[in-house]
Design a protein around this ligand. Structure first.
Ligand code: SAM
Length: 235
């Protein structure tokens, strides 16, 4: 079984879509909501912008995004999981002032036009890619951005200190699945998120892939490295 196979990841999120949002919120003690606000602030979103929300899930980042946008501003939201997009469709109704377009596509093979975005954001959508896939993702982000366009992304990460690291990984791999089970999700799916995170490490490989594309990059740490992020500009 290849856990980085697109079909496998798509099915994983389709299955998790019934419980993802509430498990994600409760198991992070609300931290993910705060982190979404913080990472979106690391990119300069100006009124009138077209923002591309990659791996948008159920649109969990839109509340963080909305204060920066004005009437009819355009959000291009892309995800490959039908289950997650069904949730995004429901959430879209809460943002009637925004023009949110949903695309069911694999980002690695997407058909969005070149230079369609002033800003690209991505919340917690990096861990299910291999390093090689993240190189393609970095090239896609460069292609989608207009010149001087900006980007910001964040992902759950493995902190540095050994004690904190072991405790956090134990929490991700053993306790979150129990929370998932209590909320009627499949615990094995939630255990997989911990497995992906352990393999992922932190956002440095994504940052390096973006830098290799010639983008200016800046690295961010959230709560002692429990999440990390990268933001920057296309020169
Ligand atoms: C952990 S969820 C994050 C959702 C949301 N952005 C958030 O802030 O919570 C990761 C999402 O990435 C999507 N995803 C993973 N690989 C993808 C790919 N190759 N193309 C498009 N979406 C992908 C999954 O379907 C899932 O909805």
């Amino acid at each position: 079984m290849n856990i980085y196979d697109t079909n496998y990841v798509e099915q994983l999120f389709d299955e998790m879509s019934r419980t993802y949002e509430v498990v994600n919120y409760l198991s992070s003690f609300g931290f993910t909501t705060r982190w979404r606000r913080q990472f979106v602030r690391t990119t300069q979103i100006k009124p009138g912008a077209t923002v591309c929300d990659l791996m948008c899930g159920m649109g969990e980042c839109w509340s963080a995004l909305a204060p920066s946008l004005t009437l009819h501003d355009h959000v291009i939201a892309l995800d490959m999981s039908q289950g997650m997009l069904a949730g995004a469709e429901r959430r879209r109704a809460k943002f009637p002032h925004l023009n949110i377009q949903l695309f069911k596509q694999d980002i690695l093979e997407n058909t969005l036009p070149d230079a369609c975005a002033d800003n690209v954001i991505c919340g917690f959508g990096l861990k299910t890619f291999t390093d090689a896939q993240r190189e393609i993702l970095a090239a896609e982000i460069k292609r989608l951005l207009k010149p001087r366009g900006t980007f910001a992304m964040i992902e759950i990460s493995v902190p540095n200190g050994w004690l904190f690291k072991d405790l956090y990984l134990f929490y991700l791999k053993h306790l979150i699945p129990i929370i998932g089970r209590l909320l009627l999700g499949n615990p094995e799916n939630y255990r997989m998120l911990g497995v992906y995170t352990e393999q992922f490490g932190d956002c440095r490989s994504m940052m390096n892939a973006l830098a290799r594309q010639g983008l200016q990059v800046e690295y961010h740490q959230y709560f002692y490295g429990c999440a990390t992020g990268v933001s920057g500009v296309k020169p």
